[in-house]
Design a protein around this ligand. Structure first.
Ligand code: PRX
Length: 641
């Protein structure tokens, strides 16, 4: 496959960037031309940020799976689309060619149809990292069902809330999932999530771990039985056909829930055409992907990174994408390096937290590992610290692989600010320059746009790129107030950034009450709500503190009703409550019992003070005179853990 719009030189980048800002319609029309459309669009872009209303390629008809699969069949049918590496290195790997992927996706799309799923229906997917997860996602897309993938680390309660919010009628899950040394009983969690649920009609269960599961008559069916039946429907005389449903460019493709500064996660909605064009364009350009390269993105498909850079981006480019079921440190800290050697990986795209955790094991796990195949390294999800950047550069890339530091968000659908591998310059800890089509600005707290270099402010984007969030599921007003009203006529990212004298951006982290723990977004309000569910907790306040491996750790200040007895035991109970309500990823790293919280006279918690204490600052806490009870600050500082 030829990538006509791949940027190869700095001049080309500058030209493309200029063109994309000055003439977005013709710029994106040219790129969109390279896809397979059932019907071309009537207009490239219609937008306003006040409602907001954003339409890309309006009037166009297509199906994203025809672009990710069918169009590659003739020339690349036998090329591996997905290489699956199981959790246990002794288990057999699976190589899924584009033809095989086509067959499986068609089969599963037929399974969905057979079970009553129609265009526009919401299908919740709660699975481990197995190829069947890819078939489930793409099977939904093939018939126009809206997938909502939920990361396997979320609890039954979190799933239950998401099922209700999306009014999902269908679930695809596994009996269990392997993650390192653990078996996670996914179907059990789904069963708990379904207690009291009124909308779900069908649960399709894939067998991965052979964990005993309850199968409820009339509701639960086995993936294997359904697939076998569907095979005879979609395959005749060795020819597989299962027509893809024609979708409008702006029909929803998926919902992905993410945390914000309120207690309730919101369903970010992405639509078909814009998302497809953006994930393709950013994939081929960020990683300078060449035909035949093996791309390894270590994220989970439960997060946006997995959606965009394991599945849709690479597959739309006819790439080979590695899907890894396990974790970087099991059975030992050489796991990634073994995978790189085994498949001769060319592009490694991972998170700073993984790099920091592997750094902690020293160089021994790298001994004897051949990493010569690597050409490009990438990071995503959180700011990368200088030390981790240099370790990655020196010990993994051997100083010959460009590192792309890619900044983006669930809401942006794909990468917005990054250097382009080997094409635009890198600068450690800087995401550097915007992608063509992205017009970033920094604003001060009054919304004044800051010009020039060496300035810091809140990061906003001035105009839409093709995969910008369209709405939050079921609540458009929430989308408007969260992203489009803080600064009129700008999309507000929630991040702070600085811009250097060359116009390079460095993302400094969230400026709202959102934590970034191991690259996972968690709202402080969500964690507080969960802690407050524990009997005995009167009130709590959660802040981030710097954590060597996770980037940010969760520090919780808890007012308890005085009867907790053994504090350590109570901490465990609180953690168990948080696991139950949200999931283990949101468990506080530190819990300090406090007599009160620093509040202003109007009752607002002064988080600034709590953050300082959590960061280890016990004096210089700033002005505390406006507090209702300034004395409480000293008590909290004295009790810091
Ligand atoms: O704070 C930024 C941080 O992660 C947030 C988005 O999280 P999420 O929607 O879960 O998506 C993560 C994967 C795209 C951002 O608001 N973030 C992401 N990438 C970077 C980053 N911070 C600094 N540098 C990055 N490269």
């Amino acid at each position: 496959m030829e990538y006509k719009h791949q940027i190869k030189t700095l001049e080309q980048y500058n030209e493309a960037y200029k063109e994309s800002i000055e003439n977005p319609d013709s710029f994106w029309a040219q790129i969109a031309e390279t896809f397979t459309w059932r019907k071309k669009w009537d207009s490239v872009l219609n937008w306003n940020f006040t409602e907001p209303k954003i339409e890309w390629f309006s009037g166009g008809k297509l199906n994203i799976t025809e672009n990710c699969i069918d169009r590659h069949l003739e020339t690349m049918g036998n090329k591996p689309a997905i290489i699956w590496e199981p959790n246990n290195p002794d288990e057999r790997t699976r190589v899924v060619t584009y033809s095989r992927l086509h067959k499986r996706v068609c089969q599963f799309a037929q399974v969905l149809k057979n079970n009553g799923v129609k265009k526009g229906d919401r299908v919740c997917i709660y699975m481990g990292m197995v190829p069947e997860l890819a078939y489930a996602v793409l099977g939904c897309a093939r018939i126009g069902a809206i997938h909502s993938v939920i990361f396997g680390g979320f609890s039954a309660q979190s799933i239950a809330d998401r099922l209700v919010d999306a009014a999902a009628e269908y679930i695809v899950t596994c009996d269990g999932a392997y993650r390192g040394g653990k078996d996670i009983p996914l179907k059990d969690v789904i069963d708990d999530a379904l207690i009291g649920n009124k909308t779900v009609k069908r649960v399709i269960v894939y067998t991965r771990t052979r964990t005993p599961v309850s199968m409820i008559k009339g509701r639960d069916v086995w993936w294997e039985d359904e697939m076998e039946y569907a095979e005879t429907q979609v395959e005749k005389d060795n020819v597989v056909t299962m027509p893809a449903t024609e979708m409008d460019a702006e029909d929803p493709l998926f919902i992905l829930y993410t945390s914000g500064s309120t207690g309730k996660p919101k369903g970010v909605v992405h639509t078909c055409a814009g998302y497809m064009v953006w994930t393709y364009y950013t994939f081929i350009n960020t990683f300078n992907y060449n035909q035949g390269d093996i791309h390894f993105c270590t994220a989970d498909i439960g997060w946006i990174t997995g959606h965009s850079y394991i599945l849709y981006g690479p597959l739309s480019a006819g790439a080979t994408s590695v899907l890894f079921e396990g974790i970087p440190t099991w059975p030992n800290a050489g796991r990634f390096w073994d995978i790189i050697e085994k498949y001769k990986i060319n592009i490694l795209y991972t998170a700073p937290t993984a790099i920091r955790s592997l750094m902690g094991f020293g160089l021994e796990p790298l001994e004897g590992k051949n990493l010569d195949s690597l050409k490009i390294l990438g990071t995503v999800g959180e700011p990368i610290n200088e030390e981790a950047w240099h370790w990655y550069d020196e010990h993994i890339g051997k100083k010959r692989c460009p590192i792309v530091d890619t900044w983006w968000q669930t809401e942006t659908g794909g990468i917005l600010i990054t250097n382009l591998a080997g094409v635009t310059p890198a600068k450690p800890t800087y995401a550097t320059l915007p992608m063509p089509g992205v017009d970033p600005v920094l604003v001060d707290e009054n919304g004044q746009i800051l010009e020039g270099g060496n300035v810091s402010g809140n990061l906003c984007i001035r105009s839409p790129w093709p995969s910008i969030i369209r709405t939050t599921w079921g609540d458009h007003e929430r989308c408007r107030t969260t992203y489009f009203t803080t600064y009129p006529n700008l999309y507000f990212t929630g991040d702070g950034a600085l811009r250097d004298e060359n116009g390079f951006y460095r993302i400094t982290g969230r400026v709202d009450d959102v934590l970034n723990v191991s690259g996972h977004r968690i709202g402080t309000a969500e964690v507080e709500n969960a802690i407050n569910m524990h009997a005995g907790v009167v009130e709590s306040a959660v802040v981030a503190y710097p954590h060597d491996i996770k980037g940010q750790g969760i520090y919780a200040y808890v007012i308890f009703n005085g009867k907790h007895g053994d504090a350590e035991q109570t901490r465990k109970d609180i953690n168990a409550t948080v696991s139950r309500i949200i999931g283990a990823i949101a468990r506080p790293d530190k819990i300090q019992f406090v007599p009160g919280l620093p509040k202003t006279r109007s009752g607002k918690i002064m988080r600034r003070i709590l953050r300082k204490i959590a960061e280890g600052e016990t004096s210089n806490l700033g002005d505390t005179t406006t507090l209702l009870d300034p004395g409480v600050v000293d008590e909290i500082a004295a009790g810091k853990i």
